[in-house]
Design a protein around this ligand. Structure first.
Ligand code: BGC
Length: 910
């Protein structure tokens, strides 16, 4: 028996430690257990070795007696800008030896993780932002948007700067727009849509690229950057949207540094007015509308623009001057999240003709990214268009849901074959692509691939069970998360919207945090939201972040959406165990509750006359009134207000703010009483006796402390669900709550029956219709194959996929014990329905948690793996008592009968 292995350390919530924005990053490591690992192993001490790579100082080792392995303090002197170190960890611990004797173990050193700080101070930036000098270069700016630009700089790397073995070259880069950078014709990184979308008034991402291998010492080199409008200057919002929200000048900032040996001052070349600029053969590139590439504009001066130009090409005549831009108001920040990347490639499954004879490529999966055209010959001057859509309708591409997004890429040929052509600065949400203008030869499926793009998050949670349709639902939820985690968490990835709607991520974040490590990305996004919120005296957050003008939508508070400022940091805290997230957002949370919520002075609940989004997209809401569902919108808002106040009281407790905790716990109790007085009859009947109303009141603990009330709730829910014949009757607010509420009132078989319902509206209805992502509406596609007539009909919206939280925690059976950040795993599987097995795993802060169960007849068996330095509290399905187990592999069994299956609906007698 021995120590577990220790993973490479990670730095804060940064994706890889390179280009880090922290000087004293907290460190974490995971444990990798094997059959040799001593059971019940817990850490007693750790040693951290920090070896400075940017100086000759020796490695230092720091020994700490502690059982903490997540977010421990940085032990060494703070990192200065550009500082680089190799960090390893070794742990001591205690586990059970043979005959259960206590065994002291020491691990091997972990593999070294390299940390390198970015530019931590404003003074570290020598480069200036530059844009085209409009006196020198004509820029088109019409309704198709800004013409993308190419910037270049030639420089000679002299012998003094030559790259010896100890040298390293770094490109520090950002842009106003979206950009790609090249050195001597090669990309400096694989980022897409860089620098990503932030509220540029507050924060602008920069990244550090390791370009050591791209430079040619002693020769002329070229650093080149192409930039398109992106979110910075492009049209954003529906109904025509708004252009130039942040600015009109496409700009770049680049600082190339070579550090050799011990030399303090690096060799540098930076963006300044010695750079040249030209318009790109990419004529337009818009996030909503797509990209237009005119290969004929690839003149000699532009072919090889990002390398040394061919002999005879005169940069002076073909390339224009640049000018300096003022330093932007927003702070340059090193993001924690990984960049957006092409994360995988999907082959086309077929090419077919639409009813009107158009050529359609089917990728078999609704996805987000872009098409890559493989080798194809196109006659000179001919125009090929690629039009993207998620669905087919009436035998043709179903583009109506895209509203004013053209989602079309255009290529004008110069007569040369296209080889692996793909748009550079846009993305589409699509499964089908209509190809026009390519008739000879007829395209085949081998001519096209789809490149899937999203923020490259680390995968964490997996789930499967014995029901293939539920597995497809889970796959759809993951694909919808993938497609909508593109730099920011969005509502949808295809139409003229793609915005950071706060309500959507508020309901989905517990699921998201299980599927991937989102702490870096959502943590970064929350910073923008907080800045935007706190800029208002009334502390009302914007409905979408980054905030954009939404004509016709006043700055006005909205429950569920604005509650994101409390609930999403809290969800991140629960999944990561990081209290500092709560500290960081404390004022924003308090501001929202104290000033933002528009209250009825009489009882402190929401003002009754105030319009709310309510249980948005309840299936009973009319197609053109998504807020007009069956559950009273203010009641829904009030359930959330009680809950959010409760959560905030807990935040105060966690942060040790005793007085505030007492005050808000008191306020939560008073609000609950007001809620009961207002909405719950003495016999426990809720005013809006709907699936959403009762489920939220159950989940948020709003019934009076009287068993008869819960009995009423149980009776109501049972009746509502059977009366609905197991159809879903919830929207954004009720959907995450309904199955958990049925489980909580002791009716898990009804929850399973709802989960497994296949007719509309239900979770599996889209699956039976061939959906490969989660839809915005329960019936985005109607049973007869028509697209829902509502103007807001996406086929890739994650919000209703919030049900996966129940799949993970109740079907699979694992979740974190609140406040433990997965150090204590709660294991409470509740088998039911026709499921005979389920398997769930979570690659969490302490290592891999996994749980697999089977139900054979009435025999329930379960295998559980708890990672080292963690433990678990297990409740078997037949029991109510809790068994505490330590790390290691555990097998359980019991007799279990899930009860009546299938439950019967309440039908109208004939
Ligand atoms: C978005 C939603 C969003 C809603 C709120 C829609 O257009 O797609 O998901 O939460 O508006 O109004």
């Amino acid at each position: 028996m021995s120590s577990p292995l220790v993973s490479k350390v990670t730095f804060e919530h940064h994706h890889d430690g390179f280009g880090l924005g922290y000087s004293s990053p907290r460190l974490s490591w995971q444990f990798i257990a094997s059959e040799q690992t001593a059971p019940s192993w817990t850490q007693t001490a750790y040693e951290i070795e920090v070896e400075w790579l940017s100086s000759t100082s020796k490695a230092e080792t720091f020994s700490v007696e502690s059982n903490e392995s997540v977010l421990v303090p940085w032990p060494a002197k703070p990192l200065s800008s550009r500082a680089r170190a190799a960090v390893r960890v070794r742990v001591q611990g205690r586990g059970s030896g043979k005959d259960a004797t206590s065994l002291e173990t020491t691990s091997d050193w972990s593999e070294a993780a390299i940390v390198e700080a970015g530019l931590l101070k404003r003074e570290d930036w020598v480069a200036s932002f530059i844009a085209a000098d409009t006196k020198a270069i004509a820029l088109d700016s019409d309704e198709d948007g800004l013409h993308p630009l190419r910037f270049r700089k030639e420089f000679t790397l002299d012998a003094a700067a030559s790259l010896d073995s100890g040298s390293r070259a770094r490109l520090y880069i950002s842009g106003l727009g979206v950009y790609k950078a090249y050195i001597n014709g090669k990309r400096t990184s694989d980022e897409e849509m860089a620098p990503g979308w932030t509220d540029y008034n507050y924060r602008l991402n920069y990244r550090v690229h390791d370009v050591t291998g791209l430079l040619k010492p002693g020769e002329t080199n070229v650093l080149a950057v192409e930039v398109a409008e992106g979110w910075y200057a492009g049209r954003l919002g529906w109904g025509g949207g708004t252009r130039f929200i942040y600015g009109k000048d496409l700009g770049i900032l680049a600082q190339l540094e070579i550090h050799s040996g011990e030399k303090v001052e690096p060799w540098r070349t930076t963006t300044d007015t010695t750079w040249k600029v030209a318009s790109s053969p990419i004529r337009t590139s818009s996030i909503y509308d797509g990209e237009g590439f005119d290969a004929r504009e690839n003149t000699d001066a532009k072919v090889g623009w990002n390398r040394v130009l061919q002999q005879g090409v005169d940069v002076q005549t073909d390339w224009g001057a640049t000018r300096e831009l003022p330093w932007p108001a927003g702070e340059l920040v090193a993001p924690n999240a990984a960049p957006v990347r092409v994360v995988k490639t999907v082959d086309a499954v077929s090419v077919f003709q639409s009813d009107s004879g158009k050529t359609i490529i089917d990728f078999g999966q609704n996805l987000v990214g872009k098409v890559q055209v493989q080798e194809i010959d196109i006659p000179k001057d001919s125009e090929v268009t690629l039009k993207h859509a998620e669905v087919m309708e009436n035998g043709e591409l179903g583009t109506r849901p895209l509203r004013l997004a053209k989602a079309t890429d255009t290529i004008i040929s110069a007569g040369q074959p296209l080889r692996q052509w793909t748009p550079q600065f846009t993305f589409h949400g699509f499964r089908y692509v209509q190809v026009d203008g390519l008739t000879q030869p007829t395209p085949t499926k081998e001519n096209f691939k789809a490149l899937v793009m999203h923020t490259d998050l680390k995968r964490r949670g997996e789930f499967t069970c014995s029901n293939a349709k539920v597995n497809q639902l889970h796959s759809n939820i993951r694909w919808s998360m993938d497609g909508n985690f593109l730099s920011i968490p969005t509502d949808c990835p295809q139409r003229d919207e793609r915005l950071g709607w706060t309500g959507d991520i508020q309901v989905f974040s517990p699921t998201a945090n299980f599927l991937y490590n989102t702490t870096g990305m959502l943590g970064d996004w929350m910073l923008d939201l907080q800045s935007e919120q706190m800029a208002f005296d009334d502390c009302i957050p914007p409905l979408v972040s980054p905030s954009i003008p939404i004509p016709g939508w006043p700055h006005s508070p909205a429950a569920i959406w604005d509650d994101v400022v409390v609930l999403t940091p809290y969800a991140l805290y629960q999944s990561s165990g990081d209290r500092t997230i709560l500290e960081r957002h404390f004022e924003s949370m308090q501001g929202w509750l104290e000033k933002g919520v528009l209250r009825d002075p009489a009882d402190g609940l929401w003002d009754q006359g105030h319009w709310q989004l309510g249980d948005w997209l309840d299936p009973k809401a009319p197609a053109d009134d998504a807020a007009g569902g069956a559950t009273d919108d203010v009641l829904v808002a009030d359930t959330y207000l009680c809950h959010v106040t409760d959560v905030f009281a807990d935040v105060c407790r966690i942060l040790g703010k005793a007085e505030a905790h007492a005050a808000y716990a008191g306020q939560a109790a008073r609000l609950k009483q007001s809620f009961q007085h207002k909405y719950i009859s003495p016999a426990g009947n809720l005013m809006s006796s709907t699936q959403t109303g009762v489920a939220l009141a159950v989940r948020f603990g709003l019934y009076r402390d009287d068993p008869r009330e819960l009995e009423t709730a149980r009776f109501r829910l049972d009746k509502l669900v059977r009366r609905e014949q197991f159809h879903i009757a919830t929207g954004f607010a009720g959907t995450p709550a309904i199955l958990g509420a049925l489980t909580a009132v002791g009716k898990p078989q009804l929850a399973y029956r709802m989960l497994l319902e296949e007719t509309c509206p239900s979770w599996l209805y889209p699956v039976t219709m061939g959906a490969t992502t989660v839809w915005e509406r329960w019936d985005s596609m109607l049973p007869d194959g028509r697209i829902n007539p509502g103007s807001m009909t996406s086929f890739n919206h994650y919000a209703l996929g919030a049900v996966a939280e129940w799949l993970h925690a109740t079907v699979g059976g694992i979740t974190t014990k609140p406040g433990s950040g997965w150090r204590t795993v709660l294991v409470q599987p509740v088998p039911g329905g026709d499921l005979t097995s389920a398997a769930v795993s979570f690659d969490g802060p302490y290592g891999m948690v996994s749980c697999e169960w089977r139900l054979e007849g009435k025999k329930f068996t379960m295998k559980l793996d708890v990672p080292p330095n963690a433990d678990a509290e297990v409740t078997l399905p037949s029991e109510t008592s809790v068994q505490k187990v330590e790390s290691g592999t555990h097998n359980f069994s019991c007799d279990f009968d899930p009860g009546e299956w299938p439950p019967q609906p309440i039908l109208q007698p004939h």
